[in-house]
Design a protein around this ligand. Sequence first.
Ligand code: GAP
Length: 453
Amino acid sequence: MPEKKPGKLTMEKLVSLCQRRGFIFPSSDIYGGLSGCWDYGPVGIELKRNVKEAWWRSIVQERDDMVGMDTSILMNSKVWEASGHVTNFKDPLVECKECHLRWKADDLKENKCPSCGGALTEERMFNTMFKTFIGPVEEDAAVVYLRPETAQGMFVNFQNVVSTSRKRIPFGIAQQGRSFRNEITTGNFIFRSREFELMEFEYFVKPGTDAKWFDYWVEERLNWYLKLGIKKENLKPYEHPKEKLAHYARSCTDITYNYPHGWSELEGIANRTDFDLKQHAAASGKSMEYFDDENKEHYIPYIVEPSLGVDRAILAFLCDAYEEEPDKDEIRVVFHFHPDIAPIKVAVLPLSRKENLAAFAKDVYKTLRPCFTTQYDDTQSIGRRYRRQDELGTPYCVTIDFQSLEDNMATIRERDSMKQIRVPVAALKDTLLAKLSGEDLFILPEGGQIWKE
Ligand code: GAP
């Protein structure tokens, strides 16, 4: 039999593993899917919640200069006129004269159809905002848009937040939420979709201090990924040339990630200046000025905006954590997720389904479940169950064997090293808590033993 060798991650492998293990499915799968839309499964939703939670904790909860919001997806259409989206949120579209496939002109390397080689039409601009109607009549006056970014909800609430939160500049407003873009081409799994989630914040600063805050946030955001285990060599900042900037930006730096399809934008950090607040002030007739009571001056703040697609972050975490390792004659596939984002933290695995052992293991499961996302798995051999948990990225497995019935101890197996310790059941919860917070496996609780080095 040829020797099995660990291979490199490809998008095909990732899509198939994500589907097989319940991370992500194509939307409307039984009807052949819907292009650019994806469903998160039972494991994927845990991963997504953890990524969003880690961002919220670091951006909102752990800072004094930030507040959160949750604004509506549908907004008054005047918002999108004032923001420039109705006029400028457009992509150049070309169509193949032979097969009639449509392409985003910016993405093409040659002036022919990438699918059949056919000639292409002239470029025409295509607004990528989804339109719908409020009320029963489909008329121009009833047009509303599905938001393409969550930012505008925060800009138009600037004065509401200033007057209710007691925050003084510099401070930020953060938001997570669904956004929609009628992308001409989608692809690379969840990298570019038509419906996705954004996590972004608007950091309001005094004009003149914007460049300093811009650099600060590029650094902070890079560090967030590193803290959550992304490898440094897979992250690279990319500064946009001035002529390629979005209509609202003075400068923009992307944090790019080395995805299987190549280096691409993970997060964008933009200096939006006072563009948005000035536009909304002019269009609404409402003041967007801030009064600096220390210096007794009025000004319209500048805004630094780090904006990240949740799904692009998830794709980066999946790619970075994936590894194929030789394991005896087989290949072990494992997601080395940081414990904070691992979808399942602990799996309880009874060695057999015998009644007395199952009852003991279920008791252990019940004591752990309120503290961690825990899975109980009593199917197939223990080896296969470890493999399954490795593919889910579960940091710790707790194995209950017949000896546990006599000595009231359980084995903890660490995902990354596959090393094991044995600890009293009474100490399990605290021991797992410590390990999930980064404590070395071989620091043992009282009565604990090293089981397998
Ligand atoms: N408010 C600023 C803004 O929306 P953007 O660069 O257009 O800026 C921000 O988008 C982030 O949203 C990107 O860096 C990317 O992570 C994510 N993103 C953009 N379009 C996306 C799409 N079609 N599918 C998934 N994520 C997307």
